[in-house]
Design a protein around this ligand. Structure first.
Ligand code: PEP
Length: 252
């Protein structure tokens, strides 16, 4: 049985002090929940402090990106070992904002996913189509390519988390309907079955992301192939994020 995951992507928000305060509030508010995984992804500057704040709790730490090399002359980049050093267990990779603003390609994402796995980090690999691609009817082509190329040559597929995040739903308030999301999640799981076999595909956690709130997450999480959520805006306030966690933990 796969476990549910709720991950909060804080993006480029929060000072160290603000991050600690938010992490403390989430830790206190979710103290009784033990079943799934609650993951916080603060900005790099706050990783260590948030890691210290949530130590010994049911929360886990994630970074929002990393480089695929161990070390070297890569000014401004962060190595997997550095993330492990701060206490990270997860790393978000291939987020659509990385693809759009920093020109990450499927091949870069693939190198990062493989590196995360060999470094002992759980990659949360993001995929999703733009508005234009959905309108053109090529959602499955785009998502299929991102999944297949992103996972090319990956061996420990059971340690990968996939986040389906339609680009048109991110930060827009335009959440996918549960049927739209389930359709793509089932498609992704089908692809995983073809490539990695049924048992492994059944165990892979596929999260939905894109304008998730405590008010709309119930319908999404009721779907068979939706195993949790990657949350941006609504993860920046403890109340909203805790509301999402409670909805998911109560239903999965
Ligand atoms: C995200 O950026 O991963 C995300 C899902 O953002 P939001 O929840 O704000 O749409």
């Amino acid at each position: 049985m796969r476990k549910w995951i709720v991950a909060g992507n804080w993006k480029m928000h929060n000072t160290i002090a603000e991050s600690i305060a938010l992490a403390k509030a989430i830790k206190e508010g979710s103290a009784g929940i033990q079943s799934g995984a609650i993951v916080l992804a603060p900005p790099f500057t706050a990783l260590f402090s948030v890691g210290e704040t949530i130590k010994g709790s049911n929360l886990s730490l994630a970074a929002q990106n990393m480089h695929y090399e161990d070390k070297g002359a890569f000014t401004g980049e962060i190595a997997p070992s550095m993330l492990k050093d701060t206490g990270c267990a997860y790393v978000i990779l291939g987020h659509s904002e990385r693809r759009k603003y920093f020109h990450e390609r499927d091949n870069d994402v693939n190198l990062k996913v493989k590196k995360a796995l060999t470094s002992g980090l759980i990659p949360i690999m993001c995929v999703g189509e733009t508005d234009e691609e959905r309108e053109k009817g090529v959602t499955q082509d785009v998502v299929g390519r991102q999944v297949q190329q992103g996972l090319n040559g990956v061996e420990k597929i059971e340690n990968v988390v996939i986040a389906y995040e339609p680009v048109w739903a991110i930060g827009t308030g335009k959440v996918a309907t549960s049927a739209q999301a389930q359709e793509v999640h089932a498609f992704i799981r089908g692809l995983l079955k073809n490539t990695f076999g049924g048992k492994k595909a059944d165990d892979i956690c596929i999260l939905y992301g894109g304008s998730v709130t405590k008010d709309n997450v119930g319908d999404l999480i009721a779907m068979n192939d939706i195993d949790g959520a990657l949350v941006g805006g609504a993860s920046l306030k403890a109340d909203g994020f805790l509301g999402i966690i409670k909805e998911i933990s109560g239903r999965k």
